[in-house]
Design a protein around this ligand. Sequence first.
Ligand code: VG1
Ligand code: CO
Length: 575
Amino acid sequence: FKVSKVSTTPIDGQKPGTSGLRKKVKVFIQPHYLQNFVQSTFNALTPEKVRGATLVVSGDGRYFSKDAIQIIIKMSAANGVRRVWVGQNGLLSTPAVSAVIRERVGVDGSKANGAFILTASHNPGGPHEDFGIKYNMENGGPAPEAITDKIFENTKTITEYLIAEDLPNIDISTIGVANFLGPEGQFDVEVFDSAGDYVKLMKSIFDFELIRKLLSSSKFTFWTLLILWIKLYYSWLKSAHRIFVEELGAQESSLLNCVPKEDFGGGHPDPNLTYAKELVARMGLGKSDSAVDLPEFGAAADGDADRNMILGKRFFVTPSDSVAIIAANAVDAIPYFSSGLKGVARSMPTSAALDVVAKNLNLKFFEVPTGWKFFGNLMDAGLCSICGEESFGTGKNLQNILMRQALTIYENLNGDKLVTVEDIVRQHWAIYGRHYYTRYDYENVDAGAAKDLMACLVKLQSSLDEINSIVKGARSDVSNVVNADEFEYKDPVDGSVSKHQGIRFFFEDGSRLVFRLSGTGSEGATIRLYIEQYEKDSSKTGRDSQGALAPLVEVALKLSKMLEFTGRSAPTVIT
Ligand code: VG1
Ligand code: CO
């Protein structure tokens, strides 16, 4: 093949957000749009490192992925990349990409240096929805801010990109290797089984034998033990089938909605109580009829399968709780962690449930800004083994623990009584106390209004007097704010500083309010409000969380002047 240099000009707005660049498909398919970003990434990684590299290119299979994969292959060839690995049909979940970078050995003995992941994750897909691209590094984790900032700088000055226009399109549906010869030598594209490495890794973490025993145990009288919401995780479909049906012996019928679609069947791939309505209904949440047979366990993931919502029978597990529960039980329940945990980390808005576990178990603890790029440094430096976010993401060494139900299952096997998901959570609260928690999302708010609201909060956080007079004016039964700030993070490994990561209000009784703007949207702005209240008294941990948090919500809406700024009297999503 030949290498063409194509002249281009900078395109506005290519700043990667919390997790890569996300825009409407109509924006991405504009001439040079994807190409500018990919070349800017190559330039940020430096041409020396790109030359001779092995790159993974795949994603969640959403609309425009197939075209984008061919473009990136041609640009890789032209930039001197030695080989590109593509998951069969271009499908790899974010955790699978991470596993492939870290573990996979190519047919010629090669190892990967990084990956382009084509996904807009929890944002809807299809011709009228979102597309996205992010770059993951040699450690399997997202590019750190130093790189994403560099990419953005490059998009502002780019003048040309390299592409091998005459390279034929690769058949990504068939496993195999295609060899080409370019001006700088050989270039290969290897299409590989997208589930193999991920499944192998999962088997090295969890005790599959034990889980298999549970799934075939006579304690479970009907197949609905396990329901997985496949519709939302197209890219994980194959791994899910391999793990749950082939390896663990679950019934095929427990995997729902198994037909892959480029637009997720019109569904919203955010695994929360609002957007995963059908699953929520099947798990009996909000129903009181005890006569119906309901599944014991339900799970949903987002588009690229790096988040997961866990439900028990009529029971929702707050993600902030699940990471705390995993940390509290990991050494006993997950073989991978049997030798102990190095430390734990959570994103700032995630509840302090994990903090309490860390304190009780004497573990190193870190609080990082929202987004997975901040966990990587801690893990690589051996400071942290388990991390999580309130937005349904949990991980170990950059691998998402999609099989956290192992905990349930292990406990179920010990003893005669069926221990449910709900029992496990309630037992945890009895030991550690409960962090009542909820998140309010105001989606698609006018960007200017959202900015004004945040600016007002930035100002307000510096005056405790003013804050407390608003608090008292709103609810006399809410305790005083004793501290407020704008969260800033200094990475303990490389010393880099990330500012303006959200406004926090801390109350005397341990409650907390957090406000921040989403960095993953493609239209308008999304304001996120995180509300949390700690209850140590085990006789008071059984309340409904919306009821328990109502006074704090009222205070939050007054402090932020939510209605005045946004015109919204209710959030779009409550989780
Ligand atoms: C959201 C979540 C954050 C998560 C990020 C990427 O970010 O709040 O916890 O890491 O999405 O997740 P933001 O900036 O919109 O609040 V994914 O699975 O959509 O890549
Ligand atoms: Co995701």
